[in-house]
Each structure stands twice: as C-alpha cells, then as structure tokens.
Ligand binder design. Structure first.
Ligand code: TTP
Ligand code: MG
Length: 362
C-alpha cells in the first residue's frame, strides 16, 4: 500500500527514581518525612569528611546537591537529617523496582540502581496509551514501594532521558517525534548526553550555549574541533539517536569507589596503598558482576577541595586486577608527586564496560 512505508515511530520510556537513596531512607523512617534528608557521610558538626551521595528535595532548597563535601552541606543546613547510607537496602529496593518495571515491556534495560529504559512500541498504539502506561507504572511504584519517579517519553533513549529530568520530582514529560528539536533547543548544552562540564565550557566559549545553538552550528567546525565526537554531538543535538533499548552497555555505566583520608596527606606510600585498596574493591565488584572494563579513571581531591579526574583507556577490555592497578598507578604517578599539596580524597572508577562473553563491536 502506498504511503505506508514510513517507519513506525518508536516509543521509549525513561524512568528515573526521585532522590533515590534519601527516598528509601524516608520510607524506612517516617519520622524523616518533611525534613531535609542528606545521605552521605557523618557531618561531625561541620568537621566531617566525605561527600553527599544524594539528598531529598527539601535539602536541595538549601543548595545541597550530590557530590558536595558533607561539611559544606552541614554549613548550608545543620538541622537536616544526616544518614550515612545503607547500600544493601537501596540495592534491595532497586531490585524490587526493576521487577515491577520489567513487567511493562519485554524490551527493558536497567541502568544503574534507579533508572531504566522501556521500549513500549509494541505494547501501545500511540503516545496517549504510552502516557496511560506511564501513569500505571507511577501508580504501582507508589502503591507497592511508596516511592515516586519521573518519566520521560520520547522516540528514543537520548530524548527520553533528557525528558525524565525535565520535570522532577514526580514528573511526566512527553516529547512527540515532531517536537523533539523544539524541546531540546532551549536547554543548556551541558544537558546533552556525552557533554560534561569540560566540553560544555569549550562549546560555550565557541558561542554554543544551548542545544539549539549546537544543532545549527557548522558540523565541519565541530568535527575539526572534537573529531568524531563533534559529529555525534551534532546528531544528538538534533535528537537523532538510534541505540536500541537493551542492546548496549549492560546495566551500568561505570563502577567505582572513593575514599576520604582521615587526615589530609601527601605521603605517597599512604596514597598508593589507598589506591591499591580501592582497585581491589572495584575489581571484586567487576568480577562479581561479570564485567570487563576498558577505561580507568583516578580522582584526586586536594586539601582545598580542588578536584581532578584523569583517565586512561586501555587497548583491550580486561578484568585483570594487575591491569587496573597498573593503570591507576600510572595515572597517579603522572599527576601527583610527593611534596604536592596534600590530598583529601582519592577514587578509582572503571567505565566502558561490557559483559564477559559479549561480542566486541569493532
Ligand atoms: P540520581 O538519579 O542521579 O539522583 P537521585 O535519584 O538521588 O535524584 P534525582 O531525583 O535528581 O534523580 O542517582 C541515583 C542514586 O545514585 C542517588 O540516590 C544516590 C546515588 N548517587 C551516588 O551515590 N553518587 C552520585 O554522585 C550520584 C549523582 C548519585
Ligand atoms: Mg534518580
């Protein structure tokens, strides 16, 4: 039949739980309800070390956010409830949430502890039905788990993820195929997949402030400046993203640990020992989850909170502890020497992950 060869529009949902760790804490401790709740380290009346893992929206009103030193959080809101975090509890909640979400579509991809993608193209007829389905998901999560989430609905994973973040908490944002570019255009370029703070600053310096600016920028100049990534950014900015739900990257993007020294130090032996311990913990988790990794990142935070990350991509995927330790040591040696300013925190992270046995794509 003529005119029917247009590809059927995909409908992808991205579900992101709201302030996940603190929401679980609130559920377990009804007495926290309505109060600012910060999950991370013990603030020790402002002298505490470590960072905020997440906080509820009441705490965000005070300017607290994830990654912030816990001492700073305490200065912003000393009366908040501070909890150290209970990972097994969050993991258990995550498993139950994923079991619920997995029922709504055969094409389902868990992403980290509190996010998932669902391709519902074969489960619904149109966007209106997708919205109804999203409402059912929200209702079931609230009823069974007493937790809220935000959902983005769009023609692909890239836009669905940006849409779920658009209105939080308890949001539902729908972006139809026709409105993708209009939806993306006004957003700051840093919201785009793959564009972190650093690339964001470079783009800003080129006069590219919004995703719309990026979409209309000369692609040749982007390629000259950023290589193949330049082409990718340009495509993404126009909302083009073909990746299928469930096909890429497994369930997590990266896996890491970090550790704050009990007193700041520039003693190389102590720093390298700590990095080694972190390598072992990261390695154990990678092995436990049957994951290979290719990129190793070392994080260094100086006494004055100046923080740097350095990364190295290995020539091949590996799961060997020696490879992780060697890459970590090399990165640390290249960027830290004895006598440098003292360090407050170090971290080790692996990314670029794939499952053992998964075909390598060239
Ligand atoms: P996010 O989904 O990024 O954050 P969130 O769920 O707390 O808040 P939002 O409502 O904005 O989605 O991360 C999910 C959980 O992962 C979060 O609750 C805590 C944990 N986490 C860390 O441990 N360290 C981090 O740096 C971040 C960003 C999150
Ligand atoms: Mg979340």
């Amino acid at each position: 039949m003529k005119g029917s060869c247009r590809e059927k529009q995909r409908i992808v949902l991205h579900v992101d739980m709201d302030h996940f760790f603190s929401a679980v804490e609130e559920r377990e401790h009804p007495e926290f309800k309505g109060k600012p709740v910060v999950v991370g380290a013990d603030p020790q009346k402002g002298g505490g070390r470590g960072v905020v893992k997440t906080c509820n929206y009441e705490a965000r009103e005070f300017g607290i956010h994830s990654g912030m030193p816990i001492s700073q959080a305490w200065r912003l809101c000393p009366k908040a409830v501070y909890v150290r975090g209970n990972y097994p509890l969050y993991k258990e909640a995550s498993n139950r949430i994923m079991a619920i979400l997995g029922k709504y579509s055969g094409k389902f991809q868990r992403w980290g502890l509190d996010e998932a993608y669902l391709d519902v193209s074969s489960d619904v007829q149109n966007l209106e039905e997708a919205v109804e389905l999203a409402a059912r998901i929200k209702h079931e999560l609230l009823w069974n788990e007493q937790l809220t989430c935000s959902i983005g609905i769009a023609p692909n994973k890239l836009v669905a993820k940006i849409a779920s973040d658009y209105k939080k908490p308890d949001g539902l944002t729908v972006v139809s195929e026709d409105s993708v570019e209009r939806f993306l255009a006004p957003l700051p370029v840093q919201r785009m997949l793959g564009i972190g703070e650093k690339t964001g600053r470079k783009l800003n310096a080129m006069g590219i402030k919004t995703i719309g600016d990026l979409a209309s920028f000369d692609v040749q100049v982007l390629i000259q400046r950023f290589g193949v990534m330049g082409l990718r950014y340009h495509k993404y900015a126009r909302g083009i993203h073909k990746a299928e739900v469930g096909r890429t990257g497994g369930t997590r993007r990266s896996l890491g640990h970090e550790s704050t020294f009990s007193t700041d130090t520039n003693d190389c032996e102590c720093i390298f020992q700590r990095l080694n311990d972190l390598c072992q913990r990261v390695h154990q988790r990678a092995v436990r989850h049957n994951l290979l990794f290719k990129t190793v990142t070392v994080k260094i935070r100086f006494q004055n909170f100046e923080t740097h990350t350095y990364e190295k991509t290995l020539p091949l995927f590996t799961s060997r502890l020696q490879d992780l330790q060697k890459a970590t040591q090399k990165l640390a040696q290249d960027h830290f020497a004895e006598g440098n300013k003292k360090l407050r925190l170090v971290g080790v992270r692996v990314s670029n992950l794939k499952f053992v046995g998964e075909q390598e794509t060239l």
